[in-house]
Write a protein that binds this ligand. Structure first.
Ligand SMILES: NC(=O)c1ccc[n+]([C@@H]2O[C@H](COP(=O)([O-])OP(=O)(O)OC[C@H]3O[C@@H](n4cnc5c(N)ncnc54)[C@H](O)[C@@H]3O)[C@@H](O)[C@H]2O)c1
Length: 464
């Protein structure tokens, strides 16, 4: 029998809603102790690490890899070896699906191809886990929605930020209406010249592959916003341009390994120092021409490197969001404005980190007989400012690895049926996956067409 669980909803009255999670259904089906039979398509870095080796190492008692697929035969072979999976490999996905019985399909391919495997998996009645973004345009999104409606299987979308400790804390405070009714959110994300630049080196730099960073990256952020706002987006307007990377660069080369500008280029990246990447990518580039250390100044790059998006929600919450890809530091600022006050948090702002260190040093001094703090002087802060009162700063242990500690919580829920310690409906279904990408798709269209785009223009989903 399926387990049914009351999940605390974050709606105004913390109404409880009865939800049967897809992972709970799967878990119940394995009550006989049989291992979950897992197939995976896309043996790139995310596929073979987080959803490959780490899964086999940490959940080998409850699941087994039964097949792997990728269009690149070399990466596929290396992926199997890296994961340590003793299973057949297929460069033909359809053949894998036809010949290998499985229960669970993991999709970790290039973003613009996710829909293809989701739809085929659903047609087979499988539970399909897809990495974010669920897909990259409205037509593919509609295909996924239709396929799920016709299938006995379901989609789980890897929107892992929701599970992160800091974000769950913020969600809890919003659900408790700490600052009264939520009215607006300011959210600004800064990718630095290492992480931000990395997207322009490879397929993410092409709209046709990653849908622009409004999909590839911001889907995470838009999903958090939907979850925090406890509503669905209705209208989107946006600006964006490409001013730093791509054709804007002063010079370009074929790839960083052979580039004549190695010594002048501040973005030069030496992939040869990374043995894993050399084996995964460089050793297999002759199969498909995928150059992992490609030039981020190549002319073909057609995505935005700065983006500003305004979102209006069905419950009238409004959002000001931005994404910058060439920031001197990596971090974010988020603030929630409510009728009674304001809640905010941040990460990675160097001048505040400095203050943090000082505070930690102070604390370590106070605690010196016990040898000082073990948090390396870093912590998260949640600042609550109630109207006409002083701001209160709450410090949380700094957890950044595994997406703010969210990845293991998400996996425990999917593969072991263990609910998150603070359960706010973190497991994202197809509708939530769709809503997170529809904002990016609408924003991209808004930039292209210079107008406000309504979410209901895009698919048959009506925002609620
Ligand atoms: N949730 C997160 O925090 C997170 C982090 C990193 C990556 N991701 C997602 O994981 C996915 C993979 O990212 P990555 O960094 O591993 O990329 P990658 O380029 O290393 O791997 C992508 C793989 O897909 C394969 N592929 C491409 N088209 C295919 C097709 N038609 N059929 C079969 N295989 C195909 C490629 O050969 C490659 O091996 C992306 O969707 C990305 O958005 C999510």
């Amino acid at each position: 029998m399926n387990r049914r669980r009351f999940i605390a909803s974050s709606s105004a009255a913390l109404a409880a809603s009865l939800v049967t999670l897809e992972s709970d259904k799967l878990f119940a089906q394995r009550a006989d102790g049989k291992k979950l039979r897992v197939g995976l398509v896309g043996t790139g870095v995310r596929g073979i690490s987080c959803w490959g080796k780490a899964l086999r190492d940490d959940y080998g008692d409850v699941l087994e890899f039964v097949a792997l697929s990728d269009i690149n035969p070399g990466r596929l072979r290396y992926g199997r070896e890296y994961i340590g999976a003793d299973c057949p490999v297929f460069t033909d996905f359809d053949e894998m699906l036809e010949t290998v019985p499985m229960d669970f399909l993991i999709v970790t391919t290039v973003d613009a191809t996710h829909h293809e495997f989701i739809v085929k998996g659903l047609k087979k009645g499988l539970t399909v886990f897809t990495e974010k973004p669920m897909t990259t345009d409205e037509f593919k999104c509609q295909e996924v929605l239709d396929a799920e409606r016709e299938s006995s299987g379901k989609v789980i979308v890897g929107l892992n930020y929701r599970y992160g400790h800091l974000f769950t804390e913020l969600k809890e405070l919003l659900a408790k209406e700490q600052i009264g009714k939520l009215t607006s959110i300011d959210f600004h994300w800064y990718l630095n010249t290492y992480h931000g630049a990395s997207y322009f080196r490879r397929w993410h730099g092409l709209r046709e592959k990653g849908g622009t960073l409004l999909l590839h990256k911001a889907a995470h952020h838009f999903d958090l916003l939907n979850w925090f706002a406890d509503s669905e987006p209705v209208e989107v307007s946006a600006f964006g341009s490409l001013e730093h990377y791509g054709k804007n660069g002063p010079f370009r080369g074929d790839n960083c390994r052979t580039c004549p500008h190695k010594s002048d280029c501040k973005f030069h990246w030496d992939i040869t120092k990374n043995e894993h990447y050399m084996k995964l990518y460089a050793a297999n580039e002759h199969h498909d021409g995928y150059i992992r250390d490609n030039c981020l100044f190549r002319e073909e790059i057609d995505i935005f490197d700065k983006m500003a998006v305004q979102i209006k929600y069905a419950n009238n919450v409004q959002v000001a969001y931005s994404l910058t890809t060439y920031s001197p530091f990596e971090g974010f600022r988020i603030a929630f404005n409510g009728m009674d006050g304001r809640l905010e948090s941040w990460e990675g702002l160097p001048w505040l980190e400095k203050q943090q260190e000082d505070q930690a040093a102070l604390h370590a001094k106070e605690m010196s007989q016990s040898g000082g703090g073990a948090d390396e002087g870093r912590y998260h802060e949640i600042i609550t400012s109630m109207n006409w009162q002083e701001s209160q700063v709450r410090k949380l242990p700094f957890v950044r690895g595994g997406h703010w500690g969210g990845d293991p919580i998400m996996k425990n829920q999917i593969f072991k049926g263990i609910a998150p310690p603070k359960d706010f409906g973190q497991q994202a279904d197809v509708r939530q996956g769709a809503m997170s990408v529809l904002i990016g798709i609408a924003a991209r269209r808004s930039i292209d067409e210079g107008r406000i785009v309504k979410i209901e223009e895009l698919t048959d989903l009506k925002p609620a």
